[in-house]
Design a protein around this ligand. Structure first.
Ligand code: SFD
Ligand code: AMP
Length: 625
């Protein structure tokens, strides 16, 4: 076996991931831990300053309820989320986040995040719930607060978490390896908080060749949350609810600022506006199709119908939108010129703050948004419980809001004792975005400390044999490579192993073709899902032969291993739900209609950690108390 040092770390609360939810958990847990003499430790595969989805920054905070300002109520937000997800959301979880999210936003501002201000001193809104920010350094600012609260000695960066350490049905830690040094890690903890993000590159991306790897969501979030919680035995929910974002084509620039702030239209190649011309289609998806705002998947769907009829490409009419705003100043040439300059700067900053590659693509292809429209397109599927998807772990709600069926003692505890989750790692509580993920992390971090204080779980012991077995498992790809690399003259072609990149291509191809990816026009069926499962079974057999030539490639092996479980959870859940509820996200060709009588429910699943047998179940959608 590869000769790595074994490092053992003992802590009270172990935070996995260093993204928005984890930074929220760190701040809150550290506060309550200090009061109780407890230790909190955070582990991230990357560097917290620039890790996770907010690495490049963001140009908006997408969840701000405005309770203090009296703009909206918590119930308004619950209704908005429920409507956007075609009726499938946990009211208690959404409300729990909504009542705390403004607090996170006020903290961001206190810590130094510039939020745009209107002349009256209030925040500049992009839309009803969204605030504009100068957000290039958003993550650095949020990370700084987390680091100050935890102390750098309690943070392990560039350590990749492979899986959970269990004591019976309790989660008592995690194991992983450094991606920089030859070190294997065992973290022992009295409670564990998992927020290792969503999953990207499970499906074949639109980007290929020289652009391969480019995605809207971060490619380094690879399904670790789903794998970790599944392998701990935690129930999952909404694993069929992938997110298909419409994005500026080829560099994946987000569209929110264009639709909401600049009030741009999207039209097809012939100038037709699908949101107007296809309004009748919304009748087929009532009641959600007929209420406002029209759910994101239905907005996608109307555009897709144009594409399927040969009316593409679809364009974001940036030049028209900017001119329309500037025209308000047309009687004053000086003010008009100033406004045009201001709008140009805002248009570029939107991408420079968040998706720099989109600004680079504009520059490289001579696009000036005030002069020329840009193509937009539906991207490949992502798994993300924090945005407009809903996949993730099934967690307890808060006692004052959750009906008894949704409450088991501690906010955001999964169905596994001692294992908490938040952000992209939790399901059925969509539209939390960066700010709501931070708030949810705070809720979970506080509850996890309360769990440790109330339940007083013993510090676990992990015997040497278990540690050696986990170490052998984690490092096996390095051993396989060393053993067989000289069998062929070209190391990437070898009958004794498979390298992670080729493995990933295989996974992506089968998901694309059978599980409703871009290549299949987001369409699948019972037969196609069953075929996908057969191919996944064969792929899993080969995952035993994943090989790594370096520490970096070892991480790539495990990322792809994690993606495979995310893929399986998704296919099994799409197969189980015999209806089409989210056209524009995916379409079940054999059940092409919404079926509220039978399927207005959550579809949940569990995987037996030992036998890896799956159980599918329906759960009722219940109102909050
Ligand atoms: O415009 C391991 N998001 C937006 N949110 C907003 O509020 N406003 C926006 O403008 C947003 N837009 C947007 C967004 C994201 C991206 C990529 C773009 C644009 C281009 C969404 C938010 O960013 C998102 O909701 C939150 O960040 C989710 O928080 P969280 O904590 O659930 O995930 P994370 O921040 O990605 O952090 C994950 C962490 O886990 C680590 N990790 N660590 C150890 N071992 C492993 N095996 C690990 N696997 C992962 C990561 O390193 C990271 O630290 S817009 O499009 O809508
Ligand atoms: P996006 O940039 O697409 O991720 O969107 C950012 C925010 O704006 C999210 O809260 C979206 O739900 C919302 N949004 C984007 N486009 C629209 C639209 N056409 N109508 C209503 N809300 C939108």
């Amino acid at each position: 076996m590869a000769n790595f040092e074994t490092v053992q770390v003992e802590t009270d609360l172990l935070i996995l991931g260093g993204g928005m939810a984890s930074c929220g958990a760190a701040v809150e847990a550290a506060y309550w831990a200090k009061k109780n003499g407890l230790k909190v430790t955070l582990v991230d595969k990357a560097a917290v300053d620039r890790s996770g989805a907010v690495a490049m920054g963001l140009s908006a905070i997408n969840q701000y309820v405005g309770l203090k300002e009296g703009d909206n109520t918590v119930d308004d937000y619950v209704n908005y989320v429920k409507q956007d997800l075609m009726g499938v959301a946990r009211d208690d979880l959404v409300a729990s986040i909504a009542r705390h999210v403004d607090g996170s936003v006020h903290l961001f501002e206190k810590w130094g995040l510039p939020i745009w201000k209107a002349e009256d001193g209030g925040y500049v809104h992009e839309g009803r719930w969204q605030l504009m920010i100068n957000g290039e350094s958003y993550k650095v600012i949020v990370a700084e607060a987390a680091k100050n609260h935890l102390g750098t000695e309690n943070i392990y960066e560039r350590v990749f978490i492979v899986g959970p350490v269990m004591d019976g049905d309790k989660c008592v830690g995690a194991y992983g390896f450094s991606v920089r040094e030859e070190k294997f890690y065992i973290f022992k903890a009295r409670a564990v908080f998992c927020a290792m993000g969503g999953a990207v590159h499970v499906f074949k991306p639109r980007s290929s060749g020289e652009g391969l790897g480019r995605a809207w969501y971060p490619p380094w979030n690879s399904g670790s949350s789903t794998y970790f919680t599944l392998k701990a035995g935690a129930e999952q929910t909404c694993q069929e609810v992938r997110f298909i974002p419409v994005r500026f084509k080829d560099a994946y620039g987000p569209v929110g600022a264009w639709f909401l702030l600049f009030k741009s239209r999207a039209t097809n190649a012939f100038g037709g506006e699908y949101m107007v011309e296809r309004r009748d289609e919304l009748e087929n998806w009532k009641p959600y199709g007929l209420a406002k705002p029209i759910p994101a998947n239905l907005r996608n769907w109307l555009g897709m119908l144009d594409i399927m009829e040969g009316k593409g490409p679809i364009y974001m009419r940036t030049e028209e939108a900017l001119q329309k705003i500037a025209d308000e100043y047309k009687d004053d040439p000086k003010a008009h010129k100033k406004k045009v300059k201001e709008l140009e700067a805002e248009a570029w900053e939107d991408f420079l703050d968040m998706t720099i590659s989109q600004a680079i693509l504009w520059a490289a292809s001579d696009v000036q948004p005030e002069e020329k429209s840009s193509e937009i397109a539906a991207a490949e599927p992502y798994f993300i419980g924090s945005h407009s998807g809903a996949s993730g772990a099934w967690v307890s709600g808060p006692e004052d809001l959750a009906p008894p069926e949704y409450f088991w003692g501690y906010e955001n505890m999964t169905t596994v004792k001692g294992l908490f989750a938040a952000g992209d790692a939790t399901g059925a509580s969509s539209h939390k975005f960066s700010s709501g993920s931070h708030a949810e992390g705070r809720i979970a971090g506080k509850a996890a400390i309360r769990y440790i204080v109330n339940e007083n779980p013993a510090m676990p012991t992990v015997d040497d044999a278990t540690i050696e077995a986990l170490k052998a498992k984690a490092l096996k790809p390095l051993d396989l490579f060393e053993e067989h690399k000289d069998f062929t003259s070209q190391t990437d072609v070898n009958p004794n192993y498979i390298l992670p990149k080729m493995y990933m291509f295989r996974l992506q191809k089968l998901m694309d073709e059978y599980a409703g990816g871009v290549g299949a026009q987001f369409t699948t069926s019972k037969v196609l899902c069953e075929r996908a499962l057969e191919l996944l079974e064969l792929l899993k057999e080969d995952s035993d032969h994943l090989a790594a030539s370096s520490l970096h490639e070892l991480m790539r092996c495990w990322e792809n291993y994690h993606r495979t479980y995310q893929a399986e959870a998704h296919v099994r859940t799409m197969l189980f739900r015999e209806e089409t509820r989210w056209p524009g996200y995916y379409f079940r060709a054999d059940f092409p209609k919404i079926d509220n009588d039978n399927w207005l429910c959550f579809v949940n699943c569990t995987m037996d950690p030992e036998t890896e047998e799956w159980t599918m179940l329906k759960r009722d959608i219940l109102p909050m108390k």
